[in-house]
Ligand binder design. Structure first.
Ligand SMILES: Cc1cc2nc3c(=O)[nH]c(=O)nc-3n(C[C@H](O)[C@H](O)[C@H](O)COP(=O)(O)OP(=O)(O)OC[C@H]3O[C@@H](n4cnc5c(N)ncnc54)[C@H](O)[C@@H]3O)c2cc1C
Ligand code: FES
Length: 283
C-alpha cells in the first residue's frame, strides 16, 4: 500500500509510454514521480489502482504487469467507455495522472501450485489476469498444465498478441483464442464461438484444477457452471467482479453487493462466495 497517511490522496505518476492497442483500447505505462514511493510500490496479481484524471475524476483499473518484470513502471490497459476513460485516451507521454492503490484481493497463484491452471477471459477481462499469468510463468515448474483461453467478439480485435505468442511457446502451456466472428490468424489454436467451447478439449486433472476467470458476468457464470459439470471443485473457481467504485477502501458503499464491498473484500472471489449474489437481478 502507498497510502499510509491519507487513503484519498492520489500520488502523481508520469505517463512514460502510451500504447494504442485497438481503436478503443489503450495502455498507459506509468511511473510514480516520487522516487521513494516508486521504490516502495508493490502489488499482487489481481489488484487495482484508482487512476485520477486531474479535474475530471477517478476510475478503478487493474494493474496489468508484474512488478518483477519492470522495476519502476506499471501498466494499465483501458477501454474507452465514458467520460473519464475518454479523457484518458487523450493523454500523452510526459503528462501526469494521479494514482491511489493498490487495492483489492489477489488471484490464487500460490494455491494453484502443483495443480493444472485455466485462465479463461473474455474481452478486456484478459487485462486483470496478465499479472497472474506472468507470476505463474516466472515460476513455471511449480504448476502442472496451464491453459490461457481468451474469448473475443471479432478475431481482429485481439490485443496482447505478443504476450499470447510468448506464453504459447512455454512448455506445457497452451493459448487458445475463441472468436464469434472473423478469420483466425497467428500461432494459437482457435475455436469459433464463446470461451466455453474450448472446455471439452482441455486435458485437465479436473479435481486438481484451478480456474481463474474474468469477463462479462454471464460469461463467468457459464464458465463456472461448465467447469463444475466437469468435476472441478467449486472452491477452485475464482472470478473478479466489477462494480462502480469511489473510495476503494470500504467507506462509501458505492461498490456494495449484498454484504460484500467489492473494493476491499474482492474484486477477486472464490466462486462460492458470490454465486448466490450473481443470481439476483440488479445486485
Ligand atoms: C476492480 C475493477 C477493475 C477494473 N479494471 C479495468 C481495466 O483494467 N480496464 C478497463 O478499461 N476498465 C476496468 N474497470 C472498469 C472501469 O473502472 C470503468 O470502465 C470506468 O470506471 C468507466 O468510467 P468512465 O467515466 O469512462 O465511464 P462512465 O461515464 O462511468 O460510464 C459511461 C457509460 O459506460 C457504462 N460503463 C461503465 N463502466 C463500464 C464497463 N466496465 N463496461 C461497460 N460499460 C461500462 C456506464 O454504465 C455508462 O453508461 C475496472 C473496474 C473495477 C471495479
Ligand atoms: S468503493 Fe467505496 S465502499 Fe467500495
Amino acid at each position: 500500500m502507498i497510502y499510509p497517511e491519507d487513503a484519498y490522496l492520489p500520488y502523481e505518476a508520469e505517463i512514460v509510454e502510451f500504447i494504442q492497442d485497438a481503436p478503443d483500447i489503450f495502455t498507459l505505462r506509468c511511473s510514480l514521480v516520487d522516487k521513494n514511493l516508486r521504490q516502495q510500490y508493490r502489488f499482487e496479481p489481481g489488484q487495482f489502482n484508482m487512476l485520477y484524471l486531474y479535474g475530471v475524476g477517478e476510475v478503478a483499473i487493474s494493474i496489468v504487469n508484474d512488478r518483477a518484470f519492470s522495476a519502476d513502471i506499471f501498466e494499465h490497459t483501458i477501454q474507452v467507455v465514458g467520460r473519464i476513460t475518454k479523457g484518458m485516451a487523450k493523454l500523452e507521454k510526459g503528462q501526469k495522472i494521479g494514482i491511489r492503490g493498490p487495492f483489492g484481493s489477489m488471484w490464487p497463484v500460490d494455491e494453484a501450485k502443483g495443480k493444472d491452471v485455466v485462465i479463461m477471459t473474455g474481452g478486456l477481462g484478459n487485462a486483470p489476469l496478465v499479472a497472474a499469468c506472468e507470476r505463474i510463468f516466472a515460476n513455471r515448474d511449480a504448476y502442472n498444465r496451464v491453459y490461457v483461453v481468451q474469448g473475443i467478439k471479432e478475431a481482429k480485435g485481439l490485443i496482447y498478441q505478443d504476450k499470447y505468442t510468448r506464453w504459447n511457446n512455454i512448455e506445457n502451456t497452451e493459448v487458445i483464442i475463441t472468436a464469434t466472428a472473423g478469420e483466425s490468424f497467428g500461432p494459437w489454436k482457435w475455436y469459433q464461438g464463446f470461451v466455453t467451447e474450448a472446455i471439452p478439449d482441455l486435458a485437465l486433472d479436473y479435481a486438481n484444477t484451478i480456474v481463474m476467470s474474468v469477463g462479462p458476468e454471464i460469461m463467468m457464470k457459464n464458465v463456472a457452471k461448465s467447469f463444475i459439470q466437469t468435476g472441478v471443485p467449486k472452491d477452485n473457481i475464482y472470478i473478479s467482479l466489477e462494480r462502480s467504485m469511489k473510495c476503494a477502501i470500504g467507506h462509501c458503499g458505492h461498490c456494495q453487493m449484498g454484504k460484500e464491498f467489492i473494493c476491499k473484500d474482492g474484486a477477486v472471489y472464490a466462486y462460492p462466495m458470490v454465486e448466490s449474489l450473481l443470481e439476483i437481478k440488479g445486485v
